[in-house]
Ligand binder design. Structure first.
Ligand SMILES: Cc1ncc(COP(=O)(O)O)c(C=O)c1O
Length: 380
């Protein structure tokens, strides 16, 4: 079955009770039981909810996994992965990652005994050197937020497995439409479904997909025991959103390429970060492991003053956190998404005061090109 067919049909068969073509919204906290211990498989909505189960079945199919486990946010999903491990275990994190992921490990999980180091996941020798006997997990993001660096999923899986560790990949930026890490050897995929999967900037949600049934069982246990579950309405919205994921991702990519090309030739831009451009240092690797390059473009404008002027000049693109929605957004990572990273670390990684990140939406390409061109002209 092709991707778009799966997105529309898996987990979304017509309701056997009424024939309803869309999965019903089971907005309930509990389920009546016929007698003690006799029920229809649903007892309490933290443990199971039919709308949530339908969404999880759909996501498992889209990522070519055996099961999906969903959470109240992307951060809750990443936290659930970390809870697979014990105090004293060691995790290797990608150096260039969403700031909130770094903050979770740095300020919360480390207080509970989980140890971690960061490493440049592009440099496979550095990853091998950073591995320790007690390393249990490699967690990478590809493409990364906000510098669009690419890590070689198949090579990282091999390195992780050769030392008995698991590989988890944050696939938020690519979406399963363009990249399927489990097929490349990863053990765990995680998404901030707030982004492309939700796609309409109207919900916050996270989802983990795994290949092994053993991991699925442990994560479902954590989902229920910790309780960071999503509400059924968000799962219902996701089921609706995902039906158009294939169409949306194609248009995100088309528009992003047009913007990346415009920025590459505009004198106000010092550097463009987009894996779809042949000038991206890892374009070949991206083309090998992704079937498209998604809709995120970052640009270096050289100073905070220029970034301010560029953002002030935009009329269609809105200044806001988040990404992956139908509407184009712009953000200033240094003061917004990555503000939780210490300044010297942030600057060393290239997240400068002149860096601006664009989440290119699915508006008419010509309108976006005109908007970004005018704003760039404004900041010279
Ligand atoms: C790549 C990535 N992973 C995880 C998260 C966290 O997800 P959420 O905001 O849904 O908790 C984000 C949020 O921006 C993100 O960009």
């Amino acid at each position: 079955m092709g991707f778009a067919t799966k997105a529309i049909h898996v987990g979304q068969e017509p309701d056997p009770l009424t024939g309803s073509v869309t999965v019903p919204l089971y907005q309930t906290s509990t389920f009546a039981q016929e007698a003690i211990g006799k029920h229809k498989g649903y007892e309490y909505a933290r443990t199971q909810n039919p709308t949530r189960s339908a969404w999880e079945r759909n996501m498992a199919a889209l990522e070519d996994g055996t099961d999906a486990i969903s959470f109240a946010s992307g951060m809750a999903a990443i936290d659930a992965i970390a809870r697979l491990f014990d105090a004293g275990d060691h995790v290797l994190l990608a150096e260039d990652m969403y700031g909130g992921t770094f903050r979770l490990f740095d300020t919360v999980l480390s207080r509970h005994g989980l140890r971690f180091d960061t490493v440049d996941m592009r440099d496979l020798d550095a990853v091998r050197r950073a591995l320790r006997l007690d390393t249990k997990l490699l967690l990478t993001e590809t493409p990364t937020n906000p510098l669009m660096t690419i890590s070689d999923i198949a090579a990282l899986a091999e390195i992780a497995h050769s030392s008995g560790a698991l590989l988890a990949v944050d696939n938020t930026f690519a979406s399963p439409y363009f990249q399927r890490p489990l097929q490349l050897g990863a053990d765990i995929v995680v998404h901030s479904a707030t982004k492309y999967l939700g796609g309409h900037s109207d919900l916050v949600h996270g989802v983990v997909v795994v290949r092994s049934e053993e991991l699925a069982e442990r994560l479902h246990f954590i989902q229920n025991a910790v309780g960071a579950v999503p509400g059924p309405f968000d799962c219902w919205l996701l089921l609706r959103s995902v039906k158009t994921l294939a169409l949306r991702m194609e248009q995100h990519q088309r528009n992003a390429l047009a913007i990346a090309q415009l920025c590459s030739s505009h004198p106000a831009v010092e550097r463009v970060y987009y894996p779809g451009l042949p000038s991206h240092p890892q374009h070949e690797l991206a083309a090998r492991q992704m079937s498209g390059f998604s809709g995120m473009v970052s640009i270096e404008l050289g100073s905070r003053q220029k970034a301010d002027r560029f953002i002030a000049g935009l009329r269609i693109v809105t200044l806001a956190e988040s990404l992956g929605g139908v509407e184009s957004l712009v953000c200033h990572p240094a003061t917004m998404t990555h503000a939780s990273i210490p300044e010297e670390v942030r600057l060393a990684r290239g997240i400068t005061d002149g860096l601006v990140r664009l989440s290119i939406g699915i508006e008419d390409s010509a309108d976006l090109v005109e908007d970004v061109r005018d704003a760039l002209d404004n900041c010279r």
